[in-house]
Ligand binder design. Structure first.
Ligand code: GRF
Length: 191
C-alpha cells in the first residue's frame, strides 16, 4: 500500500481487544495504519464509548433484523473502504456474500486453540474437556464459524483450580498481544 492502511473494527461488547489494537496503532506497533471505523451492532457496547473517547469514527447498527443489519453494515464498510476488518468480540455471523467481498481481509480472534472449541464458551469447554493448555487464535474469516485459516496462536497453561473466569483472564492477556501482532502481519501481507 502506498498510503496508510485502513482498519475497521467490529465489536459487540467490552472492546478490550479493540483497545489493544488502538493502543498498538498509536504506539507505532502497527505501522502505517489508521482505524477508520469502529462498528457495533450493540448501541450500548462499552467498546463504542472507548472509541468515542479516542475520537474515532463510531457507527452503531440499529436494525434488529439480520438481513437489514447486514445491509447497514455493508453500507458502512463501503463508505469507509477498509483494507482490513477486525472482528473483536463481534457476536454476529457474517453472510457468505460479505465474506466473499472481503475475502482474505477479515480477521477474528477466538479464545481457544482452534480448531478446538469453535463457537460459544470455549474456555469453559476447554476446562470441562480436561485440557492442560488453551490459548487464543487469530484467524482469517471464511463462511464457517471460527473456521478460517489460522494466522497466529498464543498458548497458556490450564492450572489446577482454574475457573472459567481465571482461565478467560489468562487467555485475554495473550489476546491483547496476539491481535495487534496478527494485524501487523496481515497488513504486511497486503503490501
Ligand atoms: C474475546 O475473548 C474474544 O476472543 C472473543 O470475544 C471476546 C471479546 O472481548 N471473540 P473484548 O470485547 O475484546 O474485550
Amino acid at each position: 500500500l502506498d498510503r496508510r492502511a485502513r482498519l475497521a473494527i467490529l465489536l459487540s461488547g467490552r472492546g478490550s481487544n479493540f483497545a489493544a489494537i488502538a493502543d498498538a496503532v498509536d504506539a507505532g506497533r502497527i505501522p502505517d495504519a489508521e482505524i477508520v471505523a469502529v462498528v457495533s451492532d450493540n448501541v450500548g457496547a462499552p467498546g463504542l464509548e472507548f472509541a468515542r473517547e479516542r475520537g474515532l469514527p463510531v457507527f452503531s447498527l440499529a436494525s434488529s433484523k439480520r438481513t437489514e443489519l447486514e445491509r447497514e453494515l455493508r453500507k458502512v464498510l463501503a463508505g469507509c473502504r477498509p483494507d482490513l476488518i477486525c472482528l473483536a468480540g463481534f457476536m454476529r455471523i457474517l453472510s457468505p456474500e460479505l465474506v466473499a467481498e472481503y475475502r482474505g481481509r477479515i480477521l477474528n480472534i477466538h479464545p481457544s486453540l482452534l480448531p478446538k472449541f469453535r463457537g460459544l464458551h470455549p474456555q469453559r469447554r476447554a476446562l470441562e474437556a480436561g485440557e492442560t493448555e488453551s490459548g487464543c487464535t487469530v484467524h482469517y474469516v471464511d463462511e464457517g464459524v471460527d473456521s478460517g485459516e489460522s494466522l497466529l496462536q498464543r498458548r497458556v497453561p490450564i492450572l489446577p483450580g482454574d475457573t472459567e473466569e481465571s482461565l478467560s483472564a489468562r487467555i485475554l492477556e495473550k489476546e491483547h498481544e496476539a491481535y495487534p501482532e496478527a494485524v501487523r502481519i496481515a497488513l504486511s501481507r497486503l503490501k
